[in-house]
Design a protein. Structure first.
Length: 250
């Protein structure tokens, strides 16, 4: 992915990593559009962040995704980059029947959402001379956090989906990148002040440096996430699982 000169759509970029990445990409000379469900929040971002475009989109609603795609095609015909940032993370106690509600909601947002977005935007991206799809997984795709079983599963599924997508697009002009964050200080799971989470600005600094250093990268792995990403290959899986299992334990 070239670091500048793109037109980038990031659904789910109204806060946290998504908004931070949107601002970093804008500062590098990209045209950036953020998407989200809450119109009032989008209006505030547009007012406070000059130059950032916005579009209303609910990634749990296929019709909303189609409408956003069609709107963006008219407003930003040069759109060449999709970053599927939208996601939720909620704890589940699988012994409680109500955990099924969390599981179904998580699958709808974290798994079906990116699949629907890619399905809707891929035909247009294939028509560009160069384009990028960036999916967002997690270190928990590689070693799970027991407190969030469905979140982990959806991120593992998106990793697998991304690998297949990349192979299917071999020979096209669409690059496929997987961004793999570690625990990061955002409001996701109330980690904004967590001692075990990576400071958001440090994460963004490293991500931008990695994108710039290797435009052909298939995965963006900050050093902090390699503890999880490489655990199985390095024979540390059980140890890492044990550490993670001690977090959020009820």
């Amino acid at each position: 992915m070239k670091i500048t000169g793109n037109t980038v759509f990031i659904p789910g970029a109204t806060s946290g990593i998504g908004l931070g990445l949107a601002l970093r990409l804008q500062a590098k000379g990209n045209t950036v559009i953020v998407g989200g469900r809450r119109t009032e929040l989008l209006e505030r971002i547009a007012a406070e962040r000059p130059g950032i475009g916005t579009v209303t989109v609910d990634t749990t609603d296929p019709a909303s995704i189609t409408a956003a795609r069609d709107e963006l095609a008219g407003r930003y015909p040069a759109l060449d980059t999709l970053i599927t940032m939208a996601g939720i993370m909620e704890p589940e106690d699988l012994r409680v029947p109500a955990s099924l509600d969390v599981a179904e909601r998580t699958v709808e947002v974290n798994l079906l959402g990116p699949i629907r977005l890619i399905n809707a935007f891929l035909p247009g991206l294939l028509g560009r001379p160069a384009a990028t799809i960036m999916t967002v997984t997690s270190g928990l795709a590689y070693v799970p956090l027991a407190a969030t079983p469905t979140y982990n599963a959806t991120k593992a599924a998106i990793h697998s989906y991304t690998e297949s997508l990349r192979v299917q697009l071999t020979g096209s002009d669409v690059q496929v990148i997987e961004l793999v964050p570690p625990a990061t200080r955002t409001t996701l799971m109330n980690q904004q002040n967590s001692d075990v989470a990576m400071p958001l600005e440090d994460f963004l600094d490293e991500v931008m440096s990695l994108l710039e250093a290797d435009p052909e990268a298939e995965q963006i792995l900050v050093e902090r996430v390699k503890w999880q990403r490489n655990a199985e290959a390095e024979g540390r899986y059980a140890d890492v699982l044990g550490v993670l299992s001690g977090r959020y334990r009820s």
